[in-house]
Design a protein around this ligand. Sequence first.
Ligand code: GLC
Ligand code: CA
Length: 570
Amino acid sequence: MYYRRYNKEVNVLGKRWWDKSVIYQVYPKSFYDSNNDGIGDIRGIIEKLDYLKDLGIDIIWLSPVYKSPMDDNGYDISDYYDIDKQFGSMEDMDSLIEEGNKRGIKIMMDLVINHTSDENAWFIESKSSIDNPKRNFYIWKDPKPDGSAPNNWRSIFGGSAWEYDENTKQYYLHVFSKKQPDLNWENEQVRKELYKMVNYWLDKGLGGFRVDAITYIKKDNTFKSLEADDNEGLAHINAGSLNQEGIENFLAELKENTFSKYDIVTVAEAPGIPREQLKKYSGPEGFFDLLFEFGHSDLDVAEDGKWYTPKEWTLQEFKDALFKSQEVYNDLGFGALFLENHDQPRSLNKLIKEEDIGLSSAKMLATIYFLLKGIPFVYQGEEIGMTNVKYDSIEEYNDISSIDQYNSAIRDGLSKEEALTSVHNRSRDNARIPMQWDDSKNAGFTKGKPWLKANNNYKEVNVKNNLEAEDSILNYYKKLIDLRKNSEYSDVIVYGKYKGFMENDKNIFAYIREYEDKKLLILANFYSQNIKLKLNYTVEKVLLSNYGSFDISNGEIFLKPYEALVLAVL
Ligand code: GLC
Ligand code: CA
């Protein structure tokens, strides 16, 4: 067995191989279809590695490609040791790792260990009888005396979190869909099996893992009902299964038996961790290297989680969500910086008024998150300014949460149009539509029939056009990446402290980064009006600007709509 052991020598300066990295998320089903069956695949990713190399990224976070019945597009794994046929084979996966290595690109796989698919061999055995040795691999409970579910927890994709099994007359728990039964982490055997599997993959030489829904692994073991929050008498499952006391023991054990033995980077999907606890969860001493926090990305979702419930938000809230954790990361090292992923609508639609979506606003958004303290993530298509899709009917959607949200809106009395509008705004399919490569049919994603229809705007918004136009969003991303990795300001961008600047301004998004004798000011106009402001700093150099020209004189800066500047200041 080959272990790339964690090398303390390398770490004397607190520096690691991935410090300067930029991570690019690939949603394999939608990235590139190499055999024209309408579904993106691993060979397709290999074909596009040179594109990613040219963009300048270092690590690919690959959403799940394991064997799966695809109830939740691969986040329901039926065999951890196999690749799903629609994506390719284990040989393809090995060659992706190898071809990546040749280009200096590491692969970070998705690790889904809160639950499996109900078609996983473990679950099939577990379900077969009450005394099967694998029965306790999952969470089974007797019905209440009246036959109903053990408690009133509602799953994240809607409906009761319990599913009844006729055969053995018990219910099993599923935080997500009923085809995603939760593993029983209290069972030591389960944990051992999972660690073995994690190490199997790490031995292949991965760059790391993105760890799915990990803050759900510990349940409130009293399994008591919660106060209902809807008219069906159900209550959101978070209070019974998110960040429960004792989860630290599981996470520490996971790290000790797997991640800590390898020189890798881990990033955890970890909603709901109180700021005071971030230190325990992330950084060199934490359970993971990086954490995805969602405060800034879910600002447009109301408390009840229903997409049709209107929710206003302000720039101030957006800034506060991002900046508060930046202060924590000043001590911890790095945050995970992102605006988009496969669960979110496109950032341009979420953050910018529809009529203002364009080159300047897209580059402005890129600038403001990319230079915060942390490791930047780019989601496929974000680098060319892809936007949300508006399908005409719910039948055209694939995402299970969209379908659940639509049905619940209809149940609550909304019209079809209203229900559909909420799906347009929030569907996870907004991020899952085919990657737009060129202006040929299906955006050049496939010559077959794509599993999701391409966005109508692909003739303008595509990689080919972006590569050709000098002032494109893609070329701007390249400049940002270059500034981070290869410029004389690299250290300040990677290691510098975050410092607030005009934090309470209603129109401006700005901050300072500071390291040794260098100081950067990242300054952006978040809206469409012109702004004039006076600076207390001397501008030494303009490192990046999202317009061709800028207007700075005698300590005064004039900002055009959505203008963003990266300034070296004294
Ligand atoms: C995470 C994934 C999401 C998935 C869920 C269940 O939130 O990002 O896509 O549906 O976990 O695995
Ligand atoms: Ca294919």
